[in-house]
Design a protein around this ligand. Structure first.
Ligand code: FAD
Length: 437
């Protein structure tokens, strides 16, 4: 059994949704056999970041169809009907178990072969499991990960079954931090355990981290840093205690694990060139096989702004932009072939009443500005940030509590590589330095 399509998008996450909209905008409705999306998930593409934010609210949480792509970019809401109406075949709940790049075919878990002329790989990433680090307990009833709707439903269910209980959050990255905030909102006592010196170790400076850790502490969260959970004690299928490497025992009614992600590249190992944990692509998001594009979390692409170095991002904005770019390049629109992508790295998070954005690269010297000492009880909302300066230019910028204009201004400073004054002046002027630019 086999089916043939001109274009196949493999994966039905954020990048897939934005790719589909771009396709229709450039090409109009798809003709029969022209475009399909194959996804292991049972629902049409949605804005994944909602899962750790609105979805986990104790009351009135966000539910589909409200957060299908592309609402996250203030664009059209693409429900399942939208795909039908535009001739795009959505093959949902279907896992691709192997790919043959030479033959241009994909094999589904139900034994069907799907062939393509052009393939867009948008398989995203998966959450790393405790077992991959020598731990245990992933299958326990009250151990939660967070990557898809099923995970989010399990998390919501667990939160509702232990009001006032104890949650252990393993990992101090954005999943751990966002889930911790959601657990607090659901009136659960939270202890976050991670091996580093401070939270969000890959992005935050110690000073920025200290602000957020103090804020979380004022909300009742306990941090246990510099150690890991070595095992989980399980009774009748449920974790009861988390045992730390230093021997401490923490009672647990539920556990949330956020220990990182890995790009879903396995289908293409040995067939496409890989780099930095992802599928290597050129500035058109084209892989080492000219018929295959890769976008979103799975793609490692050259970033002009960072001197053309190859990078891979697990950022929703990156998924949206790389998807649009790949479609433009693959369709080779009459308005001319798409140039190389020119991406400004952008990441954000929202927790409690806080909200921050980061642009660029956190390389070089970090210069902080604003008041990093305020707490959750302060009368005015916190506003502070940092610039990263390298070779006299602003290469990265972080801002908590900015207005749209201020975020735009820091993004512009990074994109244009604004010349930075000496650190003391930059720290003193802070946001005013870029806002008046
Ligand atoms: P995904 O959205 O993960 O989609 C991949 C798709 O491929 C899935 O549908 C998957 O089922 C499918 N798939 C994989 N393998 C197969 C296969 N073999 N067969 C069939 N289908 C397959 N980023 C930010 O910038 N800010 C945030 O605040 C933020 N919050 C986040 C919160 C959560 C809980 C998570 C999990 C991520 C968050 N991100 C955030 C990251 C952002 O969501 C990702 O960068 C984005 O989803 C990547 O899009 P993608 O399409 O590449 O991958």
């Amino acid at each position: 059994m086999g089916r043939a399509f001109t274009y196949v998008i493999l994966g039905g996450g954020v990048a897939a949704g934005y790719a589909a909209l771009e396709f229709v905008r450039r090409r109009g409705d798809a003709a029969p056999g022209e475009l399909c999306i194959v996804s292991e998930e049972a629902v049409a593409p949605y804005e994944r970041p909602a899962l750790s934010k609105g979805y986990l609210l104790p009351e009135g949480g966000a539910r589909l169809p409200a957060f299908h792509t592309c609402v996250g970019a203030n664009d059209q809401l693409l429900t399942e009907d939208w795909y039908n109406e535009h001739g795009i075949e959505l093959i949902l709940g279907m896992k691709i178990i192997s790919a043959d790049v030479r033959r241009k075919t994909l094999l589904t878990s139900s034994g069907e072969t799907i062939s393509y002329k052009t393939l867009i790989v948008a398989t995203g990433a998966r959450a790393l499991k405790l077992e991959e680090f020598g731990g245990n307990g992933s299958d326990a009833e009250n151990v939660c990960y967070l990557r898809n709707i099923e995970d989010a439903d399990k998390l919501v269910h667990q939160m509702r079954s232990c009001p006032g209980g104890n949650a252990i959050v393993i990992g101090g990255g954005y999943i751990g931090m966002e889930c911790a905030a959601a657990l607090v909102a659901n009136k659960i006592k939270v202890t976050i355990v991670f091996p580093g010196k401070h939270c969000m170790g890959r992005l935050f400076t110690p000073k920025i981290a200290e602000f957020y850790e103090n804020y979380y502490t004022s909300k009742g969260v306990t941090f246990i840093k510099g150690t890991t959970v070595s095992s989980l004690e399980i009774s009748s299928g449920k974790v009861t205690t988390a045992i730390l490497r230093d021997g401490r025992r923490l009672p647990a009614d539920m556990v949330v694990v956020g220990i990182g992600a890995r790009a879903n590249t396995a289908l293409f190992e040995g067939q496409l060139v890989m780099e930095k944990g992802g599928i290597k692509v050129n500035g058109k998001m084209q892989t080492s096989d000219a018929s295959v594009y890769a976008v979103g979390d799975v793609a490692t692409f050259p970033v002009k702004l960072l001197g053309g170095g190859a990078r891979r991002f697990e950022h929703v904005d990156c998924a949206r932009r790389t998807a649009r770019h790949a479609v433009a390049a693959a369709l080779d629109h009459p308005s001319g072939p798409a140039g190389d992508i020119d991406y400004l790295p952008f990441f954000y998070s929202r927790v409690f009443a806080l909200s921050w954005r980061f642009y660029g690269d956190n390389a070089g010297e970090a210069v902080h500005f604003g008041d990093l000492s305020s707490s959750s009880s302060a009368s005015s909302p916190p506003k502070f940030g940092a610039f990263w300066v390298s070779a006299g230019r602003i290469t990265g910028a972080f801002l908590e509590g900015g207005s749209p204009e201020e975020y735009e201004a820091i993004a512009h400073a990074v994109r244009s590589g604004a010349a930075a004054p000496d650190a003391a002046r930059l720290a003193r002027e802070g946001l005013a330095f870029v806002v008046r630019e």
